[in-house]
Design a protein around this ligand. Structure first.
Ligand code: ASP
Length: 318
């Protein structure tokens, strides 16, 4: 089956501050999102698999310091970094993930290597890093991930005694979403020319999180899921609630068992199931027909998408 390829990406959800009005900061996010959507779109138009497109998008988001993944990741309470990432291939339900890593430059590549290796789905900590080294992936010192903006964000969170999501809270950082109250996790979902779906997610987690805490992003079914028969989903938000709601899988389950459309399923998860247990954030999803859905229950979510050869569209607020 030939379908029009679709790519959608997110760079986290959260609360908009007064600084949201800073047009040049907003423009930097729009520009970054557009360039990344374009690169993945070009790959898909050449006939590349959805898996390659989502991995490319997430790698580029990891490399961009504006987002909470890879370089620019948030700090733990111990002023360290612990990164999580996952990838899932909708054609055969293969999946791979890493959790709590601090030396792998692009965690999504390690997640993909775990998937391709096939023996396991999720590797954590030192074992995940040893695996990445064995596979010849690029390793870095943890300081590579640090930026002064994130360090200041940690110190504000510690002063307020809070664990915060990357795009959430009062911060006055000049970013279009309030830097203290946003979930800066990144993710991508895609439909390729052959009709296959894939999803990938990568994150530094939550600012001031306890050392050892793992969020929803690397948990298949919670923050990341893809099934060619239903949809590809990547989430961002308060990870604990996304885990408890099995959020990404619930979108697919609602389509499968309740006959809901992608839009109905995604809306129900983000606007009903998650808020019912105090969960805030959003998700991006694409189904096998190429429908795209990007609901969020926060004030904004960094996002972008493109279909076929159409120009990419990017957005931050509603
Ligand atoms: N969901 C991520 C986590 O809980 C945070 C985020 O979306 O920014 O680790």
């Amino acid at each position: 089956m030939k379908s029009s390829p679709v790519i959608a990406i997110h760079g986290g959800a959260g609360t908009i501050s007064a600084a949201a009005l800073d047009a040049s900061a907003a423009q930097a996010y729009h520009d970054a999102l557009r360039v990344i959507v374009q690169a993945s779109q070009a790959l898909l138009l050449k006939g590349a698999p959805a898996l390659d497109a989502v991995c490319l998008a997430v790698e580029m988001l990891e490399d961009c310091p504006l987002f909470n993944a890879g370089h620019g990741a948030v700090f733990t309470a111990a002023e360290t970094h612990e990164l999580d990432a996952a990838v899932m291939n909708g054609a055969d339900l293969r999946a791979g993930a890493v959790a709590g890593v601090s030396h792998i430059r692009r965690p999504v590549r390690a997640a993909r290597a775990v998937m391709e290796d096939g023996a396991h789905v999720l590797l954590a900590g030192a074992g995940a890093e040893a695996f990445a080294r064995e596979r010849g992936l690029e390793m870095v010192e943890p300081a590579y991930f640090s930026t002064e903006a994130r360090r200041a964000q940690l110190h504000r969170a510690q002063a307020a005694n809070r664990v915060v999501l990357d795009h959430d809270g009062a911060a006055g950082s000049g970013a279009p979403l309030d830097e203290g109250r946003k979930f800066g996790t990144v993710g991508a979902v895609a439909l390729d020319l052959a009709g296959h779906l894939a999803a990938a997610t990568s994150t530094g987690g939550m600012t001031n999180k306890r050392v050892g805490r793992v969020g929803d992003s690397p948990l298949i079914g919670a923050g990341t899921y893809a099934d060619d028969k239903r949809a590809a989903v990547s989430c961002t938000g308060t990870g604990e609630m996304f885990i408890r709601a099995a959020a990404a899988y619930d979108v697919c389950a609602r389509m499968r068992y309740a006959g809901q459309s992608l839009a109905q399923a995604a809306q129900a998860v983000v606007m009903q199931s998650l808020p019912a247990i105090g969960g805030s954030g959003g998700l991006i999803a694409v189904d096998r027909l190429g429908n795209v859905c990007m609901p969020f229950n926060t004030e904004g979510m960094y996002r972008g998408h493109a279909r076929g050869t159409d120009a990419p569209q990017t957005a931050i607020h509603r």
